[in-house]
Design a protein around this ligand. Structure first.
Ligand SMILES: Cc1cc2nc3c(=O)[nH]c(=O)nc-3n(C[C@H](O)[C@H](O)[C@H](O)COP(=O)(O)OP(=O)(O)OC[C@H]3O[C@@H](n4cnc5c(N)ncnc54)[C@H](O)[C@@H]3O)c2cc1C
Length: 88
């Protein structure tokens, strides 16, 4: 049986932040999710705009780039950390 040093249940913003933090500490965490990466954001209403400004939505120092003052669901799904498997 394979043993993981760290298993993180849920690939939402918190789970991904934990995974990045664990990797920076030399662990190789296994992240599992019952749905898609960032499933809650996938399920946001179409064209929804975040109420939070983008610099407060950074995960693992990866910026959330958006055209306006606040990111839309579509911009978040396109650009955020969960769309960059190479960074996870
Ligand atoms: C419409 C809407 C707009 C929002 N706008 C903002 C905003 O502008 N700014 C802001 O700061 N917050 C906003 N939020 C809140 C924000 O989405 C949440 O605070 C954030 O997603 C919480 O992150 P989390 O990782 O704790 O949980 P979640 O994002 O809920 O992630 C949990 C993950 O765990 C997975 N999971 C659940 N159960 C299991 C299981 N048993 N096994 C495996 N995986 C499981 C889920 O599929 C999911 O991917 C908004 C929320 C909604 C609904």
């Amino acid at each position: 049986m394979q043993h993981e040093a760290a298993i993180i249940a849920g690939a939402g913003p918190i789970g991904l932040a934990c995974a990045i933090s664990a990797k920076r500490r030399g662990l190789d965490p296994l992240v599992i999710d019952a749905g898609a990466l960032a499933n809650s954001i996938v399920r946001y209403p179409i064209n929804m705009t975040f109420f939070t400004t983008p610099e407060r939505l950074e995960i693992g120092d990866h910026p959330l780039v958006c055209a306006g003052a606040k990111a839309t669901r579509e911009e978040a799904l396109k650009d955020a950390i969960w769309s960059r498997a190479d960074l996870l």
